[in-house]
Design a protein around this ligand. Structure first.
Ligand code: SF4
Ligand code: SF4
Length: 243
């Protein structure tokens, strides 16, 4: 989807340019089976049936509201809805495309859960590019994860010894769990991001997040997590998401 098209078309047409949207929505009959099976709907103010119904109205105002809302960020992409819809729709794919468009247009910065995309990009997202791992013991900071308890701090401090005991290949060349990923393979990962549009999307998240950080008068570094805006998006919680 070329960015030059973003301002020249309605939101529904924009969504339809993505094959996942075309595959994910044929005709929703509003039965609510997806909502009944959806684990996110059990806890959050979230209803995939409503999302499917809303986008198929093709009402641009309502779709814009959705793109700027917390709603599209509650889905856990578990794909349970895919297996149950009697019409063969895939609400999860519709939501994926809504998220992508929200990031491209910068609308994600207008909701709390949307702004958290910056924290995910600067942690898991950058980990993939820099280390080849989404989650790796060296990059799960115990201070950022108190929910892991004191055991995690101990594990991080003794990672090499624990990894050896478990037969892992911690940060060494060759095969096995926790091995060092070669530069050649990291270059390939980066290339995949470049050709699939992932790098461009990362750039959008950075660009629009920087604008908000400036508006909030918070420090914003080009990389890493040592800046006010990162911690703001990491801990911001209105507690207004659950049912
Ligand atoms: S993929 Fe998302 S919408 Fe579908 S069941 Fe899972 S959490 Fe719900
Ligand atoms: S299960 Fe399918 S048809 Fe029923 S509300 Fe969900 S998307 Fe629509």
């Amino acid at each position: 989807m070329g960015k030059q098209n973003l301002s020249m078309t309605g939101y529904y047409d924009l969504l339809m340019q993505d094959v996942r949207f075309r595959e994910g929505l044929t005709a929703c009959m509003n039965c609510g089976v997806c909502t009944a099976i959806c684990p996110a709907a059990e806890f959050y103010k979230y209803d995939p049936r409503q999302i499917c119904n809303l986008v198929q109205t093709r009402d641009d105002n309502k779709i814009e509201e959705l793109l700027k809302s917390d709603t599209i960020w509650y889905c856990g992409q578990c794909m349970s809805c895919k297996t149950r819809c009697p019409r063969g729709n895939v609400p999860a794919l519709i939501i994926s495309v809504l998220r992508k468009v929200s990031q491209e247009l910068g609308y994600f910065t207008q909701s709390e859960k949307g702004r958290q995309q910056f924290a995910i990009k600067r942690t898991v997202g950058d980990n993939i590019i820099n280390t080849g791992y989404c989650v790796h013991v060296d990059h799960v900071n115990p201070k950022l994860h108190p929910e892991q308890g004191p055991v995690w701090k101990w594990y991080v401090e003794n990672a090499e010894e624990v990894a050896d005991r478990l037969g892992a290949n911690y940060n060494k060349e060759g095969g096995g769990a926790l091995r060092k990923i070669s530069q050649k393979n990291l270059d390939e990962v980066k290339k995949i991001f470049d050709v699939t549009g992932g790098s461009e999307l990362y750039g959008d998240i950075e660009k629009f997040s920087k604008e908000v950080a400036d508006k909030f008068k918070m420090s914003f570094e080009k990389e890493g997590i040592n800046n006010e805006y990162f911690f703001h998006t990491y801990i911001e919680n209105s507690n207004n998401h659950q049912k």
